[in-house]
Design a protein. Structure first.
Length: 401
């Protein structure tokens, strides 16, 4: 049996000092030192074997944070690990007491294809793995063929054309790695889907989009910006879903993590995870029904349910809620709204109800004590921290010892 941990961490704009990432936004050397200090503490606390990180502008800064976490972890080991000089050196108080440095770990970084000059930078994603990688990492952002989404024709239109949405590039890359763990090889995806911030089109020759001028507030233009962002986010979720299905069809266990930027309605998560099977398809009219009694058979119900279940993913958070009888988890705070938008999804290879599972999630941790809407006197300055919580799935592969 092998126990391991998988974590997702949106670090919020990680870049070195005196480098303008967004317009007029930089870290002074002091601010960068504070941010590195906070991030290193979070990495040390998570102590995860596999970490998916979002909002990484440069690999060098990430390596700097990991090195700081290692230095602190090694010092903590020296102070805390029992030895012959300590009274309780024969007692195992915790399952895992020592921090494991990332000195031998593999790091894959996916820069953003839309990254630009200072002030116009765009973040990428990364995956850190103590188990290394079984294959070369793969990056998906520019689509080899554009994704074209036609809308269903509406009755009464003469030409039957109801419009189409086309996507050539994802707003941020999707990083795919295959990781050897406990005699298995798991496919891990890390993503950061389009944010809920609106997309506004700047007219040719203009300095900014009209909808950005809040002193001339345009409610319809702002709503259109939200519509564009939502369409892009859901299309990106579908592109990720296509890559997930390819792995599941190949028989590979799959873990998907990252910032889904879902909130109240969670449409992107539903696309990524797949359909929830209907309770009983034998109640349902067949697709080719000729009369009321023309329904799917009981055997067809079993086959359809299996086809749906085979390619479903399951929220680690929801599995934890079911196991622990808790009712909610918060991983983000924005504008006074607390939500859960950072996710770890698992294929049924890890579901406790699946008879052929290779393992399961034993626990789910959330580091969210720093989340705040900024109104509390003890609130951290989130430029130097993060406006996201960190989540860790505690996994097991193989049977209990």
């Amino acid at each position: 049996m092998t126990r391991f941990t998988i974590a997702s961490f949106n670090v919020k704009n990680l870049i070195g000092p005196d480098k303008e990432y967004y317009e007029f936004q930089t870290y002074t050397p002091e601010e960068y030192a504070w941010k590195k200090d906070w991030l290193a503490d979070q990495v040390l606390t998570m102590d995860a074997d596999i970490v998916g990180l979002q909002e990484i502008f440069e690999e060098e800064a990430l390596r700097d944070v990991v090195a700081e976490a290692d230095a602190r972890g090694i010092a903590a080991n020296s102070a805390n690990i029992p030895d012959a000089s300590k009274r309780y050196h024969r007692k195992a108080i915790f399952r895992k007491l020592a921090y494991t440095p990332y000195s031998g770990a593999a790091l894959a970084f996916a820069p953003n294809a839309a990254d630009g000059e200072p002030g116009q930078r765009r973040p990428g994603v990364a995956i850190l793995s103590r188990f290394g990688f079984a294959e070369d990492p793969q990056i998906l952002q520019d689509l080899p063929d554009p994704l074209e989404i036609p809308f269903q024709p509406l009755r009464g239109l003469e030409d039957g054309d109801s419009g189409m949405f086309r996507l050539h590039r994802l707003s941020r890359p999707i990083l795919k790695v295959r990781i050897p763990v406990g005699g298995e090889v798991i496919t891990v995806f890390n993503c950061h889907l389009k944010s809920k911030l609106g997309e506004y089109i700047k007219p040719k020759g203009a300095e900014f989009a009209p909808e950005e001028v809040l002193t001339r507030y345009d409610p319809l233009g702002r709503a259109m910006g939200s519509l564009r962002a939502g369409l892009r986010r859901m299309a990106e979720a579908w592109v990720l879903r296509e890559a997930i299905i390819e792995e599941l069809d190949a028989g590979h266990p799959v873990v998907v993590m990252g910032d889904f930027n879902d909130g109240e309605h969670a449409v992107s998560s539903e696309i990524i995870a797949g359909e929830v099977p209907f309770k009983n398809y034998s109640w349902m009219l067949r697709h080719d029904a000729k009369d009321y009694s023309d329904r799917y058979s009981k055997d067809e119900n079993k086959r359809i349910t299996e086809m749906v279940e085979r390619v479903r993913l399951h929220s680690a958070e929801k599995l934890f809620v079911r196991k622990s009888l808790r009712d909610m988890v918060f991983t983000s705070a924005f504008g006074g709204v607390f939500e859960s938008i950072d996710q770890i999804y698992l294929s049924r290879h890890f579901h406790p109800d699946y008879k052929k599972r290779i393992g399961e999630m034993e626990y789910f941790s959330v580091l969210n004590d720093h989340l705040t809407d900024g109104s509390h006197p003890e609130a951290p300055y989130n430029k130097l921290a993060s406006d996201h919580g960190q989540i860790v799935a505690h996994m097991r592969i193989g049977a209990d010892d």
